[in-house]
Design a protein around this ligand. Sequence first.
Ligand code: HEM
Length: 376
Amino acid sequence: MLFAPMSGEEPRAPNYWEYIRVEDLLSLQGGLENDESKLENDEVLFITVHQVFELWFKLVLREMISVRDVFKADVVAEQEMSEVVRGTRRIVTILRRCVDHFAVMETLTTRNYLAFRDKLMPASGFQSAQMRQLEIIMGLHDDDRIPLGVGEDYKDALRAHDGSESPASRRVRAQKDDMPTLATALADWLTRTPIDGKSPGDAGADEALDAFVETYCAAAASEIDQTCRLALTRTRDADDQERLRERYENEKKSIRDFLNPTEEEGGERRRRIRAAMLFILSYRELPLLAWPRELLDGLIELEQAFVIFRQRHARMVERVIGRRTGTGGSSGVDYLDQTALSYRVFRDLWAVRTFQIRAEATPELKNAEFYGFRNG
Ligand code: HEM
């Protein structure tokens, strides 16, 4: 309430240091001793870099929730799409800056870090509640998490030492109650995508979906056959040729399987979602699909930025502590590399890249005018 005028008073002109709370901010790097003068520069750097990351996470979280909120609505207005895309771009820009910050941490040599590392035990970035909130709001399932190897699960590590609730565990619990995830909200929106001009619930909507899936699979198969023929002319070895034929046949099967998921994989709902992704990306130049396609590309960019963040963190960790056990008790770099490899939320969006075909080979769109500019 620094600048709130008393009733009847003129608002006071702010100072930079008051508005930014500079003195408060600069008083937070004293570590466990709460006294910066007792710390080496290396430790102040270690604390400050983590704090900078937490501040960026805070902004990313706000943007992510705003994006999710737009998709939570039953109807997403076209004019909201550009704001959402801007939000995803901001997230990507921040995450890319975060990745650069790891280089600052790497100015810490192994021995510099070892000088104060033991006193952190068992504190670890593993206890970053905001990182967990980000994973949760995006849609990472608890079942997909890599076990740390100590404690029951990641939520355990967020509790206070006596097992009671902590600010970190409260944050994460509140995030878990704040549903839907971005992935679910996005999937709900995708199920409503009109295919060949027909939205679910319209007469002929199911037939339009079936027709799109069929014609797309046929077009993709013909593209794959063409690529296979070309590949076969480039190899003379009969065994290799056989292997190639098999590989391309599998590609054809995998696109059919992708567009016809089993009940276990999510059945009709998943089928519509996957078809919608391919539809939007296939006819991306049409005005009504322009922002949706920007969004789908933006989400891939966003998840890619997270993956790169995880990989870069792992390489920084390898450089600073080698392959020793983490302060949080995990296997360290091995654990981090596994998360970088397997933590994915927008799996179908990634998979679609395998199944897209050349623009010239894309089946002709029925009802193209439905996706055009509207007058009046
Ligand atoms: C010298 C610097 C650092 C080292 C040696 C280090 C090491 C580690 C290790 C070994 C882990 C695995 C968990 C464990 O057993 O402790 C971990 C997890 C983590 N660290 Fe770091 N870290 C460093 C800096 C940072 C920085 C600057 C951040 C930025 C916020 C960060 C964020 C995280 C996060 C979010 C996790 C959890 C990853 C997950 O569970 O998916 N770390 N760190």
